[in-house]
Design a protein around this ligand. Structure first.
Ligand SMILES: Cc1cc2nc3c(=O)[nH]c(=O)nc-3n(C[C@H](O)[C@H](O)[C@H](O)COP(=O)(O)OP(=O)(O)OC[C@H]3O[C@@H](n4cnc5c(N)ncnc54)[C@H](O)[C@@H]3O)c2cc1C
Length: 482
């Protein structure tokens, strides 16, 4: 690897403070479904804002194509009753609905579009069995003991739930590999892995250059840390599968039913959409980075950040032999600019942050990733890898690296802000919150119950990450510093 003569990689990173966005980055459908043009050229500027705010039609997501056989849920008409009303049917709302109905609770779910429309139908598919900030969890009231126990038991929750409910969602536990570009990042990754290996009993393998060559088909990254319980999932199918399982257990699910207002009605809450209402003892908002206007305190308590993902046409047999034959989910250290999977349709799926100046430019973002593929697997230059789908979605970031569970009023809650690591955490926290609600022990949750507080500058992370750090990291990558 060539290096900048005046700046070591470490110095470069310190100067730019480049950060890896978790698993990889790693979404309001306002128009009729369209597909990304096969040539991936720039769209008309009127569409640019939908790319910019992660609201392109869900039909553009590679996870929703080829078309899946999910029923469209009917619009809520008339007034109904439930024990608990859930607003939003992404991974969080779907898991909450599933675990509540499992416990016999009568649930009604309102979704503004259809299940999986938000980030959950748009993400990069990485299943990462770790947490960002253990110190923060150690600061929970019980020292984090109960949450870490739950994580230890359920860090494979997407695989477990898909198996339990027979959800067909490309659930593949083939490992999560942090590819390290040098000894320093390898040592850091090994240090971080020690906690998961020793305290959480995870199977973790440390790979040298020969292992990396054998496992990934490349030795560009000379070391790797492989979390064997990680892998990939089709998050759109997983979300819809959980919703379908909840419906089988008695949940009422309504699509195209945006919750527009919430009012107290005789000690219960009435959540109203355009043509109906749900009256329930408790309400949980699972609206993440698409909060709408119904609960203003959930509209300004996080940092929205747009991310993109793309999928290629299915790879040829030859390409499948050359590129990542071990099929683990790949990310890179010290900076993960090119999170990578090959899915069940033999497509590469990658994800990052779109350029602020041209979020709609699918071909340009594809070329960024193709350059990385060519660099990592030089034989791939002779292979014809083509873009098929490009889409964007929205994540919600917080100041603390842990999702938010909020109490807005007595009986009104929020479960949200999963950054770029919702595939494990949203179903897990949906399960844990369901236990607290069902037992009526919200004082016993294994994580803090907070009041929503506004962030000072909601655009902060967009400016910092999208406009400064990622562009700097791209330059670093161009000059082979990363
Ligand atoms: C490009 C990209 C890549 C990512 N990669 C990964 C990854 O590889 N691994 C990983 O673990 N995580 C990843 N993430 C993050 C992950 O997708 C999210 O953390 C997760 O999907 C959040 O789920 P959710 O249910 O909280 O929110 P969402 O899936 O966003 O769902 C919120 C839902 O609420 C609905 N809603 C909002 N307001 C209302 C209302 N008033 N009435 C009714 N419905 C309403 C919306 O329509 C939406 O469907 C990625 C995200 C993106 C965008």
């Amino acid at each position: 690897m060539t290096g900048n003569k005046h700046l070591t990689r470490r110095e470069y990173l310190q100067k730019t403070a480049v950060l890896a966005l978790g698993t990889g980055v790693s979404g309001c459908d306002m128009s009729s479904p369209k597909t990304t043009p096969a040539n991936g050229r720039r769209q008309a500027s009127s569409e640019s804002s939908a790319y910019d705010n992660g609201s392109v039609p869900i039909s553009q997501s590679g996870w929703a194509t080829p078309p899946n056989e999910f029923a469209d849920y009917p619009m809520l008409e008339g007034d109904i009753d439930a024990d608990i009303a859930i607003v939003g049917a992404g991974l969080a709302g779907a898991s909450l609905a599933l675990h509540l109905t499992e416990a016999g609770v009568k649930v009604a779910v309102l979704e503004a579009h259809q299940p999986g429309w938000g980030a959950s139908g748009r993400n990069a598919g990485h299943v990462l069995p770790t947490l960002k900030d253990i110190n923060l969890i150690n600061g929970f009231a019980d020292g984090g003991r109960r949450f870490l126990e739950a994580f230890r038991e359920h860090h494979t929750i997407p695989f477990d739930l898909s198996e339990k409910y027979g959800i067909s969602c490309d659930s593949a536990q083939l490992g999560y590999l942090n590819m390290c570009s040098g000894v320093d990042s390898y040592e850091e990754q090994k240090k971080a892995a020690a906690f998961w290996k020793e305290q959480q009993g995870q199977q973790i393998a440390f790979l040298d250059t020969a292992d990396m060559q054998r496992f990934t088909g490349s030795s560009y990254y000379p070391y790797g840390v492989l979390y064997e319980s990680g892998g990939r999932i089709n998050p759109y199918q997983f979300t819809n599968g959980m919703i379908a399982a909840a419906v089988d257990q008695g949940a009422l699910v309504f699509g195209n039913s945006e919750a527009l207002s919430i009012n107290k009605n005789n000690k219960r809450w009435q959540v109203s959409s355009e043509n109906g209402s749900v009256t329930a003892a408790q309400v949980v908002f699972c609206t993440n980075a698409y909060p709408g206007s119904i609960a203003p305190s959930l509209g300004n308590n996080f940092y929205p950040l747009t991310a993109y993902a793309l999928s290629t046409q299915p790879l040829s047999k030859e390409a499948l032999e050359v590129i990542n034959p071990g099929r683990a989910t790949l990310s890179q250290a010290p900076v993960s600019l090119n999170p990578f999977i090959i899915d069940e349709h033999n497509r590469i799926i990658m994800s990052s942050i779109p350029r602020a100046s041209s979020p709609e430019d699918s071909e340009r973002h594809f070329q960024d990733n193709l350059a990385w593929i060519h660099r990592t697997w030089p034989e791939s230059k002779a292979l014809n890898i083509k873009l098929e789908h490009y889409w964007t979605g929205r994540v919600a970031l917080r100041d603390r690296e842990f999702p938010g569970v909020f109490e807005l009023d007595k009986g009104v809650y929020g479960l949200m802000h999963f950054n770029a690591w919702g595939n494990v955490m949203a179903p897990l926290m949906g399960k844990l919150l369901a236990q607290g609600l069902q037992a009526d022990r919200m004082d016993q949750l294994p994580f803090p119950l907070e009041k929503p507080t506004p962030v000072a500058v909601p655009a902060k992370q967009d400016i910092l990450i999208r406009k400064l750090l990622i562009p700097a990291a791209r330059i670093g990558q161009k000059f082979n510093i990363l």
